[in-house]
Design a protein around this ligand. Structure first.
Ligand code: FA5
Length: 342
C-alpha cells in the first residue's frame, strides 16, 4: 500500500509538470484528487488494514495528499495568471520608450571638420595606430637619439626587427600618415587625417595617454605660409564663430620649417582673459608649418618642384573648448551621465 501511495504521487506530479492548459488540469484533478479519484480509493482501502498499519499509512497518505493538492493549486494559479496576462492589454499605459545612442562629442567635432575640409576638396586619409618607428619619427626628420623624441614619449611594442631594434610604437601623432599619403598619392595632395594618438603621459585634465588629433596636409606648386594662415583662419571661424581671430607664434617641430603654434581667440571669454586661457585671451590649439624638404623627400616628392603646409589639431582639446568640457579624461570614461548631454 505504501508503494502504491508513492507511485500515485509520482505519476500525478509527473503529469502535472507537463500541463499547459486548464482542461488537462481539470482532468488530472478528477482522476487523482476528486472524491472518486484514485487517492480517495486508497483512503477507503485503509479500513481493511491492521490498526498499527492504518496509523502509519494514514499519516503518509495525508502528507502525500497535501503535497499533491499544494502543487496542484500552484499550477492552477500560474495557468490562470498566464491566461490573464496574455489577454489583458491596458491601452491607457504610456508606451515603452526606446533610448537611442548618442554621437560622441569627439565624433561630432570630427564630423564638422571633415564636412568643412571635404567641401574644400580635401580627402580623408587613414593610417595604422600601431606604427613603425620609421614613419612615426625618422621619416618626420626625428632620427634615433634626436632629443625631439623626448617630447613624445610613447609605448613601444615588444617586437624587434631583423637588426634587433624595437621598431613598433603606438603612434604619438597623426603626422606619420603624411608620409604614407605622400608615398601613395604623390603631389599635388590635399588631405586631412583624423585619428587616435598615444603618449606615455602623466595624465591630468588636459593630458590623456590616448587622445585624438586631426592632421592636415596640402602639397602643390607655390604653396606658402599665407595659404596655411588662411586655412587655419577658416577652421577657427567655422568652429568658434566669425569673430574668432588667429595668431601664429614660432614653435619648433622637426618636420616643418618654419614651424609655429596657431592660437585662437579664447572662445570661453571672447579674448578677455579667463582661467582656461590662462588670462592671455588666446588658446593654443594647433601645431603647423611648411613641410620640411627632408619630409617631402621621405614621401618621395621633389622639394625643388613642390612645397606644402601641414597642421595638427588636438581634436580632444577642440572638443573640450567647443563644449566647455573641463577634463580630457571624461571622453574615454564611458560615463553615461557625461555622454547623454550631447
Ligand atoms: C604634434 O603632435 C604635431 N604632430 C603637430 C603638427 C602637425 C605640427 C603638423 C606641425 C605640423 P603636439 O605634440 O604639440 O604636436 O600635439 C598637437 C596637439 O595635440 C596639441 O596642441 C594638443 O592639442 C594635442 N595633444 C598633445 N598631447 C596631448 C595629450 N596627452 N592629451 C590630449 N591632447 C594632446
Amino acid at each position: 500500500m505504501k508503494n502504491k501511495i508513492e507511485k500515485i504521487r509520482d505519476e500525478f506530479l509527473k503529469q502535472l509538470a507537463q500541463v499547459t492548459d486548464n482542461e488537462t488540469l481539470r482532468e488530472l484533478e478528477l482522476k487523482y484528487l476528486s472524491r472518486k479519484g484514485e487517492f480517495s480509493e486508497i483512503m477507503h482501502g485503509l479500513k481493511d488494514v491492521s490498526i498499527e498499519m492504518r496509523k502509519e499509512l494514514g499519516e503518509l497518505a495525508n502528507t502525500v495528499k497535501t503535497e499533491m493538492q499544494t502543487k496542484f493549486n500552484e499550477i492552477s494559479r500560474s495557468l490562470e495568471n498566464y491566461g490573464k496576462k496574455s489577454e489583458f492589454i491596458d491601452v491607457t499605459l504610456p508606451g515603452e520608450k526606446f533610448t537611442n545612442g548618442h554621437i560622441h562629442p569627439l565624433t561630432l567635432v570630427q564630423n564638422e571638420i571633415e564636412d568643412l575640409f571635404t567641401s574644400l576638396g580635401f580627402m580623408i586619409g587613414d593610417g595604422p595606430e600601431l606604427e613603425s618607428d620609421y614613419y612615426n619619427f625618422t621619416a618626420l626628420n626625428v632620427p634615433p637619439l634626436h632629443p625631439a623624441r623626448d617630447m613624445q614619449d610613447t609605448f613601444y611594442i615588444d617586437s624587434k626587427n631583423k637588426d634587433g631594434q624595437y621598431d613598433l610604437v603606438m603612434r604619438t601623432q597623426t603626422s606619420p600618415v603624411q608620409i604614407r599619403l605622400m608615398q601613395k598619392y604623390g603631389a599635388p595632395l590635399k588631405a586631412i587625417i583624423p585619428g587616435r594618438a598615444f603618449r606615455s603621459e602623466a595624465t591630468d585634465s588636459r593630458h590623456e595617454h590616448t587622445f585624438y588629433q586631426l592632421e592636415g596636409i596640402m602639397i602643390g606648386k607655390d604653396i606658402n605660409f599665407a595659404n596655411l594662415k588662411n586655412m587655419l583662419e577658416i577652421v577657427g571661424k567655422k568652429l568658434f564663430g566669425q569673430n574668432t581671430e588667429l595668431r601664429m607664434r614660432p614653435k619648433f617641430f622637426p618636420f616643418v620649417e618654419p614651424g609655429n603654434n596657431g592660437e585662437y581667440t579664447c572662445s570661453l571669454c571672447q579674448g578677455k582673459g579667463c582661467r582656461v586661457c590662462k588670462y592671455t585671451g588666446w588658446l593654443e590649439i594647433v601645431g603647423a608649418g611648411l613641410v620640411h624638404p627632408d619630409v617631402l623627400r621621405a614621401g618621395g616628392i621633389d622639394p625643388d618642384i613642390y612645397s606644402g603646409f601641414a597642421f595638427g589639431f588636438g581634436l580632444t582639446r577642440l572638443a573640450m573648448l567647443k563644449y566647455n568640457i573641463n577634463d580630457a579624461r571624461l571622453f574615454n570614461s564611458g560615463d553615461i551621465k557625461f555622454l547623454e548631454q550631447f
